[in-house]
Design a protein around this ligand. Structure first.
Ligand SMILES: CC(C)(COP(=O)(O)OP(=O)(O)OC[C@H]1O[C@@H](n2cnc3c(N)ncnc32)[C@H](O)[C@@H]1OP(=O)(O)O)[C@@H](O)C(=O)NCCC(=O)NCCS
Length: 212
């Protein structure tokens, strides 16, 4: 397959490549969210919201506004409980994500309809993409990343095309994915490739593409 002047081969992940690929995915993810990481961490931690509440209530007591202080306390308490529940769910999901990343080869190799592909250029892995079958006619796109020195040369586009072609042969009519709002390059690419945003969360976005 030709991608902007370079010749790439797309094939399935081999067992001995799994840890190299995991490191590549992790560094790709970190680069995109690094500048927002501190803010994300703060807002995700329920304790962060308690601090916000504490500061607001302190301000209210300084300005002698009892009503504002009680309304704020109630709001902060609700936020704290909601955040705490979301945080438990987030940790639970991260646990499974870690299991997946620890052994990508087994995770994708042993699940029917799930695949993990790598893009190889002159023997070097330069990009990755995975597909996780979520129902008879739907699959989730995951783990797309391209080495920084090979970006903006259509490598990810080739991987997406490959994935879509595979879906066509497997009766997958809907490809969906979740990404973070901070992965702006990826969002632009997905939109260009025909994905639409289906749901927006605080930090995350759900997107999908119908293939037929
Ligand atoms: C997102 C990523 C995979 C794109 O890979 P890529 O091979 O550079 O993408 P392509 O060359 O196929 O890009 C095609 C389109 O994507 C968009 N795009 C990709 N990178 C972009 C950038 N740096 N700036 C602006 N648009 C960009 C553009 O619309 C581009 O089309 P154009 O060149 O005609 O403008 C790559 O930047 C990456 O690995 N990022 C870190 C990991 C990540 O965010 N993964 C997504 C997880 S959901």
């Amino acid at each position: 397959m030709k991608s902007d002047g370079i010749s790439i081969d797309i094939r399935e992940l081999r067992q001995e490549e799994a840890s190299e690929v995991r490191d590549m995915i992790m560094s790709g993810l970190c680069q995109q969210v690094a500048s927002h990481r501190a803010v994300i961490k703060f807002l995700r931690m329920p304790v962060g919201w308690l601090w916000v509440g504490f500061l607001v209530v302190s301000f209210c007591s300084v300005t002698n506004s009892v009503r504002l202080a009680s309304v704020t306390s109630a709001a902060v308490l609700c936020l704290f409980v909601t955040r705490a529940l979301l945080y438990v769910r987030y940790r639970y999901r991260r646990y499974f994500e870690r299991l997946e990343l620890q052994d990508l080869y087994t995770w994708y190799g042993t699940r029917a309809g799930s695949k993990f592909w790598v893009a190889v250029c002159e023997g070097k892995i330069i990009g990755t993409i995975a597909l996780h079958r979520t129902s008879d006619n739907a699959a989730q796109l995951k783990r797309m990343t391209v080495l920084p020195s090979f970006r903006q040369r259509d490598v990810a586009t080739c991987l997406l095309k490959h994935c879509e072609e595979y879906c066509g042969t497997q009766g997958v009519e809907r490809i969906h994915l979740r990404t973070s709002r901070f992965q702006e390059d990826a969002i632009r690419l997905y939109l260009k490739f025909g994905f639409a945003i289906t749901k927006k969360f605080t930090f995350l976005l759900n997107m999908e593409k119908l293939t037929c």
